[in-house]
Design a protein around this ligand. Structure first.
Ligand SMILES: [Zn+2]
Length: 136
């Protein structure tokens, strides 16, 4: 297992660290019919920081709100240039955190995390100027 982990790219390692750090991802614990988290974070690494910040806020909130104890994240992906963070069992505060993160992602390059804006390529993506020019 350790050997396998060593062969992973830094991006994949960071993704797995995020998924294993927060129990509400149920990473490796649910079948694909129960949760899409088995597919991992279906986003590029430029948005990882946004996910980390969001997860930290949610975890702190759950600690003091037992009614959210069954909270889980069922899918994290990019769709039509937007971050989609699908959850179950949360409350309005968590929804607000998610909205803030999705809004931040719409202004953040998916590749490097710098300021970006929505670009219409063959796929809609959020990119900074450098990564937009590279992909045109
Ligand atoms: Zn970029």
């Amino acid at each position: 297992m350790f050997q396998y982990f060593e062969k992973l790219t830094p991006t994949k390692k960071r993704e797995l660290e995020i998924l294993n750090k927060y129990s509400f991802f149920n990473y490796g614990k649910k079948s694909p019919s129960q949760s899409c988290m088995c597919f991992g974070l279906e986003i590029n690494e430029g948005w990882f920081y946004i996910i980390e910040q969001l997860c930290y806020k949610i975890e702190q909130h759950i600690k003091t709100h037992p009614e959210c104890r069954n909270f889980e994240v069922v899918q994290v992906k990019q769709k039509f240039g937007s971050l989609r963070f699908y959850t179950y069992g949360g409350d309005e505060t968590i929804d607000k955190f998610v909205n803030i993160a999705e809004d931040e992602a719409s202004k953040t390059c998916e590749i490097c995390g710098k300021n970006g804006k929505t670009r219409n390529l063959s796929w809609i993506k959020v990119l900074c100027n450098k990564h937009y020019k590279e992909r045109k």
